[in-house]
Design a binder for this molecule. Structure first.
Ligand code: MLT
Length: 394
């Protein structure tokens, strides 16, 4: 028996586990420190009332012989597929057939599971910096990886040029970690590039609900031609606080095909073999989130998180610390003061302020010298963290 030797090419541990471990070690050595966590983008507000009510009702159904459900539908229950399709139509003006949506346990799983349907011979194109799952999962499969540089000079929104090469292109907008969001015109450039190079775009839209700029699309399917070159991933984690409840979905247009083969049919073949669907109770909660009342409630939660990003922007403006993001994203991507390295700044904030963030270097080489703070925390705790940071730098 041989193990997958590609794992030797990974960093020993996943970024957010590294941070959790360093934080736990520091806390064990300094139990008196009141630590404020602004590292991993984990939500802090509870599920909205519409979701809770629907899930309670679903639990009661499951406890009754007449209304009990066994295995869920492999690609999602029709009530949730219809709710997602309506949401796209209402919120983004995008028409999706329910057959093109597959409900899953979340975008993190999907952006890596989708690789099962692509040959390991493909070259992958990944922006640097970006969500580390894209890189790690392709390293595990042994694919060749090219990077496209995302940096201050392109406002963290890289575009392809004649040197850009990749068969599988990951894009994340609004971006994790930088918070930058592509405009329609910019995204059209990527769509045209993919179409003319026979490439597929894997579009991570997990943060779509944070887009406030009308020039920035929330779905790649707002762009003409995307239905012939793109797959979209989305999640209820950030939109509706489902990080612990787990539900997401993948959209694959029925006309998307390569080598005369529909990607949707390959994905459904993969899913029906390896996945038994999302729990009925969770799907009821997710569908309720997308009802008119549910959308109103989750928008209130998003506005709460926006208070955090607004407070962060205020503080960093006062301190003259340069930052990106915040406007269309729950993340602030700041330039470490005094030319500090990312992990140096991590140690400084942890030891002097008791504040945990995410070192930019963990998202790629170009993230060195940057630092990500999450706006998903409690408003008062975030203010407390900002006061401590302000004291340190003024
Ligand atoms: C993040 O902090 O980047 C995300 O919460 C991680 C994730 O969604 O897996």
């Amino acid at each position: 028996m041989k193990i997958n030797a590609n794992f030797a090419n990974l960093k020993p541990s996943y970024l957010f586990r590294d941070i959790a471990q360093k934080t736990a070690e520091y806390k064990a050595a300094h139990p008196e420190t009141d630590i404020i966590k602004m590292g991993i983008g984990d939500v802090t507000l509870p599920l909205c009332k519409a979701a809770v009510t629907a899930m309670e009702k679903a639990v009661a159904e499951m406890g009754n012989k007449e209304t009990f459900h066994g295995y869920p539908e492999a690609f999602g229950e029709s009530f949730l597929l219809e709710a997602i399709s309506n949401y796209y139509k209402k919120e983004m003006g995008v028409r999706l057939d329910t057959n093109e949506i597959c409900v899953t346990c979340g975008a993190k799983e999907d952006v890596s599971n989708i690789l099962d349907i692509f040959s390991a011979d493909n070259t992958v194109l990944i922006p640097d910096p970006v969500y580390p799952v894209y890189y790690d999962t392709n390293v595990m499969d042994g694919r060749k990886i090219n990077f496209i540089s995302s940096n201050e000079s392109n406002s963290f929104l890289p575009l392809p040029d004649e040197n850009t090469k990749g068969d599988i292109i990951y894009l994340c907008s609004p971006n994790n970690p930088t918070g930058a969001a592509y405009t329609r015109d910019q995204l059209k450039i990527w769509v045209d590039f993919a179409l003319s190079h026979d490439a597929v775009i894997l579009y991570d839209a997990a943060y779509e609900i944070f887009v406030s700029d009308p020039d920035c699309p929330r779905s790649i399917f707002e762009i003409e031609g995307a239905e012939k070159c793109a797959v979209e991933f989305c999640s209820f984690s950030k939109t509706a606080g489902f990080t612990g409840t787990r539900c997401g979905y993948t959209v694959i247009p029925s006309e998307l095909s390569f080598d005369n083969t529909s990607l949707l049919s390959l994905w459904k073949r993969r899913q029906s073999t390896k996945f038994n669907g999302v729990a009925y109770i969770i799907q009821r909660g997710a569908a309720a989130v997308l009802s008119d009342e549910g959308v109103k409630q989750i928008r209130e939660n998003i506005n709460y998180y926006r208070t955090n990003t607004a407070n962060m922007m205020n503080t960093f403006d006062k301190l003259n610390i340069k930052y990106y993001g915040g406007k269309n994203s729950p993340y602030i991507w700041l330039k470490c003061p005094n030319n500090m390295k990312s992990w140096e700044f991590f140690d400084l904030l942890l030891t002097k302020c008791g504040v945990v963030g995410t070192p930019g270097e963990g998202f790629g080489v170009n993230g060195e010298g940057f630092f990500r703070l999450s706006g998903f925390g409690d408003v008062n705790r975030t203010l407390e963290a900002l006061q401590r940071i302000q004291k340190l730098f003024e």
